[in-house]
Ligand binder design. Structure first.
Ligand code: S3P
Length: 457
């Protein structure tokens, strides 16, 4: 099978030797590039394709380690998953509730999204599955997702982790029950796990979010033929109702370029003098564009060209030019729309004049690393004054960074990329201790940035 060789790439990145890299200040960054497909949409397309009847075709799939691990899990659960060409994958699904008993451990490597969403999809099927991940994922909390899944009838057996809840066995419900669920945190992963569990449950599963988070699951469920009703709830929230036990029909999915990956070349162009980049066909779903709003408030020149809808999502080419930035207050309410962008925003804030205060970053403590601490340390070792006050990150921007530091990346792809971008604008080179994990979300990052003029060696 063509896809099998590809899955061989989806191993634990930690098994490889450390891959340190140094970024140095050089000439301007220039060019036009398309960053890889959106990670959130890629995971969901594989999962829903595996639960649909017929052949789903995905174009532009992110072929990063995280997504490949989800594809591997779908295959272990009985779907036929094949790579047809670059970014083009087909999946023959098993139908809602039709997952087969997997014969091997479902290993999600570094990916919280893959692991939690698949737990949801498995929780209401009459099978049991072993879930595991790498050293980073083994430290992350899974109980928050297990709590609603247990209410829906699943059972979980935790087998002791390294501070988190993996590895564990999930025993799916034979007679699932739908629930009304209010996630305790603004988390698209929690919402999505419950909605995916709701697929094989009878009746209506309801998720009430007080703050709206990325809505790719809801949109894609509709695309595959499920009945989903989304109503506004309170000031910023949503009430999502899924009618259970639909027949999902295979669909075509076009994955747009990932705004969370585009963020890295975008900020690099802002801080490296004389730069101008065009980032092509970036998804501009309003629940993902908090970084663009914040950078514009800071004074960034970012234009949206060729605005259109593709594959049900808004996309645009982003033209970015080097800009004089100033510090701003980033409200906590904006966090769900830019939750993955704080490390790179913190780099922009260091190169701004004045103080940037990013409020309400509690969720950053449970990402691939404790990203709040890792971001602060990244700046500190490179001579930038930074404080953590409660759940706020405060960066004292001086329009420059000394650099010269060795950044501890803690198995976190976004810390590694942010550190390398920082080095492109800093007075002295910036070192990242390990860049291997960049392959989880942005394969080809180093080469793409070099192609734009970045000095990485
Ligand atoms: C994601 C949701 C976010 C985000 C992650 C992707 C998703 O996590 O950080 O990278 O695809 O649903 P949380 O839901 O935990 O905030």
């Amino acid at each position: 099978m063509v896809g099998r060789r590809w899955f061989a790439r989806a191993r634990h990145v930690k098994d490889a030797a450390l891959t340190p890299l140094t970024a140095r200040r050089g000439g301007p960054l220039q060019g036009r590039v398309r960053v890889p497909g959106d990670k959130s949409i890629s995971h969901r397309a594989l999962i829903m394709g595996a639960l649909a009847v017929g052949e789903t075709r995905i174009a532009g799939l992110l072929e990063g380690e995280d997504v490949l691990n989800t594809g591997k899990a779908m295959r272990a659960l009985g779907a036929r998953v094949e790579r047809q060409g670059e970014g083009v994958w087909t999946i023959d699904g098993v139908g809602v509730g039709g997952f087969a008993q997997p014969q091997s451990v479902l290993d999600f490597g570094n990916s919280g999204t893959g692991c939690r969403l698949v737990m949801g999809a498995v929780a209401t099927c009459p099978i049991s599955a072993n879930f595991d991940g790498d050293a980073s994922l083994r430290k992350r909390p899974m109980r928050r997702v297990l709590e609603p899944l247990v209410r829906m009838g699943a059972q979980a057996v935790l087998r002791g982790g390294d501070g988190g809840d993996l590895p564990l066995t999930l025993i799916g419900a034979r007679d699932p029950v739908p629930i009304v669920y209010e996630p305790p945190a603004a988390s698209a992963q929690l919402k999505s796990a419950v909605l995916l569990a709701g697929l094989a449950s009878p009746g209506e599963t309801v998720v009430i979010e007080n703050e709206a988070t990325r809505d790719h699951t809801e949109k894609m469920l509709v695309h595959f033929g499920a009945h989903v009703c989304v109503q506004s709830f309170g000031d910023q929230g949503r009430r999502i109702t899924l009618k259970g036990q639909p027949e999902l029909a295979a669909a075509q999915v076009v994955v747009p370029a990932d705004p969370s990956s585009a963020a890295f070349p975008l900020v690099a162009a802002l801080i490296v003098p004389g730069s101008e980049l065009i980032l092509q066909a970036v998804m501009t779903n309003p629940l993902r564009t908090g970084l663009l709003a914040t950078l514009r408030e800071m004074g960034a020149t970012i234009e949206m060209l060729e605005v259109k809808i593709d594959g049900g999502e808004e996309i645009a080419d982003l033209r970015v030019r080097t800009s004089a930035l100033k510090g701003v207050e980033v409200p906590a309410a904006r966090a769900p729309s830019m939750i993955d962008e704080y490390p790179i925003l913190a780099v922009a804030a260091a190169f701004a004049e004045g103080v940037t205060r990013m409020r309400g970053l509690k969720e950053l403590r449970v990402k691939e690393s404790d990203r709040l601490a890792a971001t602060a340390d990244m700046l500190r070792v490179n001579g930038v004054k930074v404080e953590i006050e409660g759940d706020d990150l405060i960066v004292h921007g001086k329009g420059r960074a000394a650099g010269g530091g060795m950044v501890a990346t803690h198995m976190d792809h976004r810390i590694a990329m942010a550190a390398l971008v920082m080095g492109l604008g800093s007075e002295q080179p910036v070192n990242a201790d390990d860049t291997a994990f960049i392959a989880t979300s942005f394969p080809g990052f180093v080469e793409m940035m070099r192609g734009l003029g970045a000095d990485f060696s």
